[in-house]
Design a protein around this ligand. Structure first.
Ligand code: HEM
Length: 444
């Protein structure tokens, strides 16, 4: 197949993509620094002397929201701006301004009084007006970005621009997820119990995972194309595979229209949608795997390293997802395999887009090794969590509360700590490479 590389249009598409990349990188800095607090609060030995472990729960809330909500949505907006047209720039800038203000408010909210952490899944919260305000501001900001994406990424020739069509299908998934959040907010009876937030974000949270996985494949195929190995699948076949992968999304409005949000059957149906809906991504993942095989011949490049590490982590996360039994740290092991797989694909696409967006190139051996350090650290972190989960270590608890009594438990969580620290170093390397490129002018 001929190269399908997207030419990022000058003007609003480039300027908006640059702006959203800045927001994404800032969110990753915040989430990565908080990860260090989480890791040290759970590592045997270090946990006993680590002075900040009492902030573990608040740090976990902001770590998750800055990574899964802000970093992922901001980078999705980078992709939508880059593949999309130049229209409705004001809508894009309004969305960016609100999402940035919301992110700042979210980051400082733990320092305001009454920040009681609630560790529900998907979007954990601080039960506090400042934090809730940050969620609303971010929610409206990203909704404007998604609305613009739905209008500006629709391809001129549907079955012949697969990267753009993949971006569009990702925006449809985002629209369903945001609609689910607002629908649940409107329909779920408000009770002053932590379960309220679990139910509130359940539908939208499950739907967002389809957006992340779809855009991960867009990033993989964009990287492969950039490395001179465009996918062998025809543009038409690829576009149809994006439709197949997105087909289960039709269940989202169906579930909301037929089963009351907040009811147990409603939550069970979304858990089933994840279990039986994600396999529809299988053919696209296969195309991604074949592309990965083809780029093995390409010269060393930071984006190539990221593609390899991303595929390995995502595959591991997928396998661990089907090994979850009961509530223990196998769950965050699965989460980190999958979400860090997506994160690495976005890091790789960021490396491809930096010079295209008028920034400098990602240079030096540090850029080529960064994905392996981040991915390798996460691999150890994920395997440590999976091993510890097998020995019953609980999620979301720190220090002595973990009750690490046996050697296998201590070894497992020690491994989690070592891997987590290496991953944080890999995260810092990404930030350094990006900031160097983003603060230097592109050579003419
Ligand atoms: C430097 C990299 C990272 C490290 C060292 C790290 C470390 C951790 C740790 C130690 C926990 C607490 C687990 C528990 O107590 O149950 C956690 C939770 C979590 N992290 Fe990360 N993390 C990293 C990056 C990320 C990224 C990039 C994402 C998503 C994009 C992410 C998403 C999450 C989620 C969703 C949870 C909650 C897990 C649950 O609900 O059980 N993390 N992380």
């Amino acid at each position: 197949m001929d190269s399908q590389i997207v030419k990022v249009s000058p003007g609003a598409p480039t300027a908006l993509a640059r702006a959203w990349l800045w927001l994404g990188v800032m969110a990753l800095i915040g989430s990565g620094l908080l990860a260090l607090l989480l890791v040290f609060s759970r590592t045997p030995g270090i946990q006993d002397v680590f002075p900040l472990k009492e902030f573990f729960r608040s740090a976990l809330v902001v770590h998750v929201d800055l990574s899964v909500a802000i970093w992922f949505m901001a980078f999705a907006a980078v992709i939508w701006s880059a593949v999309g047209g130049a229209g409705l720039a004001w809508l894009g800038w309004a969305g960016f301004a609100l999402a940035s203000i919301g992110t700042v408010v979210m980051t400082v909210s733990p320092f305001f009084p009454g920040a009681e952490p609630v560790l529900n899944n998907y979007i954990p919260v601080l039960k506090q007006d400042v934090f809730f305000a940050s969620l609303w501001i971010c929610g409206v900001g990203f909704s404007l970005a998604v609305l613009r994406a739905l209008i500006t990424t629709w391809p001129k020739r549907v079955f012949s621009e697969p990267l753009r069509f993949g971006g569009f299908v990702g925006a449809v998934a985002a629209f369903f997820a945001l609609a689910a959040f607002f629908w649940s907010w409107a329909m779920v009876p408000k009770i002053d119990e932590p379960i309220y937030f679990e139910v509130l974000f359940w539908g939208g949270g499950h739907t967002l995972q389809f957006q992340h996985a779809l855009l991960m494949v867009v990033a993989w195929l964009w990287i492969a194309d950039h490395l001179g190995q465009p996918s062998k699948a025809s543009p038409r076949a690829l576009s149809i595979l994006y439709l197949v992968a997105a087909f289960p999304l039709l269940a989202v409005p169906l579930i909301y229209l037929t089963v009351p949000p907040g009811s147990l059957p409603h939550m069970e149906l979304f858990a089933k949608l994840m279990k039986w809906g994600h396999p529809y991504m299988g053919p696209l993942i296969l195309v991604g795997m074949l592309s990965l095989w083809n780029v093995r011949k390409a010269a060393a490049h930071p984006a190539k390293s990221a593609f390899i590490a991303s595929f390995a982590l995502f595959a591991l996360g997928g396998v661990l997802g089907y090994l979850i039994q009961g509530v223990n740290v196998v769950i965050p092991a699965h989460y980190h395999g999958s979400t860090v797989g997506v994160t690495l694909s976005f890091m790789g696409l960021a490396y491809v887009l930096l010079p295209t967006l008028g920034f400098g190139k990602p240079e030096g051996r540090m850029a080529v090794w960064q994905p392996y350090v981040y991915g390798g650290g996460q691999l150890i972190h994920v395997l440590g969590l999976a091993w510890s989960g097998g020995y019953g270590v609980q999620r979301k608890v720190a220090g002595a509360e973990q009750a690490l009594h046996t050697l296998p438990q201590k070894l497992g969580m020690g491994m989690m700590g070592l891997g987590g620290a290496i991953a944080v170093i890999g995260g810092i390397m990404f930030i350094l490479v990006c900031l160097k490129a983003m603060t230097s002018r592109k050579e003419k």
